[in-house]
Design a protein around this ligand. Structure first.
Ligand code: AMP
Length: 262
């Protein structure tokens, strides 16, 4: 399911920290890690008299030794690293394009990059990639080992059903414990049969599962339950028709642990 992944890095401290998390991804059966840095031209667009070619060349020269070092580290973890010569352009578009061209199964990236503005919870590249990619994206935060205890946000919708396959795969591959969080909004009542069914479904596959029912705003409750339950990652569906919904958007921003969005 996750043979080949793309690791996107702007070489910022926070995105480099993700490399140290990669050994925790081993249980997913990943074989190849495509390493990509995009030379961001959106920052310099419109500056008159700017020598774009010299800028690209300087950043290429700056990137390559660092990217080679990252690849060596990744190879040392038992993966096969593939260095992509840094393309120049818009990071969101380039990350999505390379992911497609390389046929990767997932994009792994940070929630923030170079910006030092603390108020920014989710950078524009991360947000753009989550919106545009049609494959799962793991938005990493801090250096949390993501798969020992995962929270699966389940609301019976098609998009959360779709994530179930990934949750099961990860739980079986990484022996994760799963907390299924189902949040009731105002006026909703518990659909016990459906929750019993999912508990049984996971149980039959040998996955240890705990059902937690919350009440209130789904987005806030998912983040709260994840904290209370000490989840190490949150798995959410993207939203209707693959368009990022407000719940997932909030969860990606406010979660303190990595978020897997599909
Ligand atoms: P941002 O959204 O720009 O704050 O950055 C969030 C994450 O997106 C970073 O941690 C990187 O994983 C990725 N990223 C940002 N800019 C680039 C870039 N130029 N090339 C590759 N990945 C990037």
């Amino acid at each position: 399911m996750f043979k080949k992944v793309l690791y996107a890095t702007d070489l910022s401290e926070s995105s480099l920290a993700i490399v140290d998390m990669l050994p925790d991804f081993k249980c997913l059966g990943i074989e190849e890690v495509v390493v990509l840095r995009v030379i961001n031209l959106t920052r310099i667009m419109g500056i008159s008299g700017f020598d774009v070619n010299a800028y690209i060349k300087a950043l290429e020269e700056e990137s390559l030794p660092k990217l080679r070092e990252i690849c060596e580290k990744i190879n040392g973890m038992g993966y096969s690293a593939k260095l992509i010569p840094p393309p120049a352009g818009d990071p969101v578009g380039e990350i999505v394009r390379v992911a497609k061209e390389e046929g990767v199964d997932m994009i792994v990236m940070g929630s923030r990059g170079r910006s030092t503005v603390k108020a920014i919870l989710l950078g524009s590249t991360a947000e753009g990639v989550v919106r545009k990619a049609d494959i799962p994206v793991m938005v990493c935060k801090n250096k949390v080992s993501p798969f020992s205890r995962i929270l699966y946000a389940y609301d019976f919708t098609e998009s959360s059903e779709k994530v179930k396959g990934y949750v099961k795969f990860v739980a079986k591959s990484c022996a994760s414990k799963v907390v299924v969080a189902h949040i009731l909004e105002k006026g909703e009542i518990v659909e016990e049969d459906r929750l019993d069914r999912i508990e049984q479904e996971f149980g039959e596959e040998g996955i240890e599962v705990k059902i937690v029912i919350g009440e209130g705003s789904p987005a806030k409750e998912i983040v709260r339950v994840a904290e209370v339950e000490n989840a190490n990652s949150i798995f959410v569906g993207k939203g209707k028709k693959g368009i990022l919904g407000s719940t997932s958007d909030y969860v990606i921003r406010y979660s303190k642990v990595p978020v897997f969005v599909a």
